[in-house]
Design a protein around this ligand. Structure first.
Ligand SMILES: *[C@@H]1O[C@H](CO)[C@@H](O)[C@H](O)[C@H]1NC(C)=O
Ligand SMILES: *[C@@H]1O[C@H](CO)[C@@H](O)[C@H](O)[C@H]1NC(C)=O
Length: 123
C-alpha cells in the first residue's frame, strides 16, 4: 500500500497522483507530481516509512534526475511548471509500503549549497 501526498506548503499548486495505490510484491508503482509555480524547477521525492522517518529518495532539476545512491527508484520527466515528474519503484517489496511525498522548490543556482539544502526542510 502506497500513499502519496503533495508538499505541505503551496499544496494547491502541487498535484500528486494517485492518492493511494495497492500493489502486489514485485509489481511496479509509478507516482506522478506536477506543480504550477512558474519560477520553480525542482522536485524532491521523499519516503516516510512506518517509523515516521523521512528518507530523501532523490530529486529532479529541470529534466535532470539525481536519485540518491543505493535507492532503487527511477525519477523521470521534468520538474518545470506544468510538467510531469514521475517516481517509479520497480519490484515492490514489503518495505515499499509507505507514504511518499513530493516537494516542489526553486533550485539554487549556487550548486555548492545544494547538499546543505537537500534534507527535510522543504517539506
Ligand atoms: C518476486 O520475484 C522474485 C525474483 O524473481 C521471486 O523469487 C519471488 O518469488 C517473487 N515474489 C512474489 C511474491 O511473486
Ligand atoms: C501529465 O500526466 C497526465 C496524466 O497522465 C496527463 O494527462 C498530462 O497530459 C501530462 N502533462 C504533460 C505536460 O505531459
Amino acid at each position: 500500500l502506497i500513499y502519496s501526498f503533495p508538499g505541505v506548503s503551496l499544496s494547491d499548486q502541487v498535484h500528486q497522483t494517485p492518492a493511494d495505490m495497492y500493489k502486489n510484491p514485485n509489481e511496479t508503482a509509478t507516482l506522478r507530481c506536477l506543480h504550477t509555480i512558474s519560477s520553480y524547477n525542482r522536485f524532491l521525492w521523499y519516503k516516510q516509512s512506518q517509523g515516521g522517518q523521512l528518507q530523501l529518495l532523490g530529486y529532479m532539476v529541470g529534466d535532470s534526475p539525481t536519485p540518491e545512491a543505493n535507492v532503487p527508484v527511477i525519477i523521470d520527466g521534468n520538474a518545470n511548471a506544468n510538467q510531469n515528474c514521475t517516481l517509479t519503484i520497480e519490484k515492490l517489496q514489503q518495505d515499499s509500503s509507505a507514504v511518499y511525498f513530493c516537494a516542489a522548490s526553486l533550485h539554487s543556482v549556487i550548486y555548492g549549497c545544494l547538499s546543505a539544502q537537500k534534507p527535510h526542510h522543504h517539506i
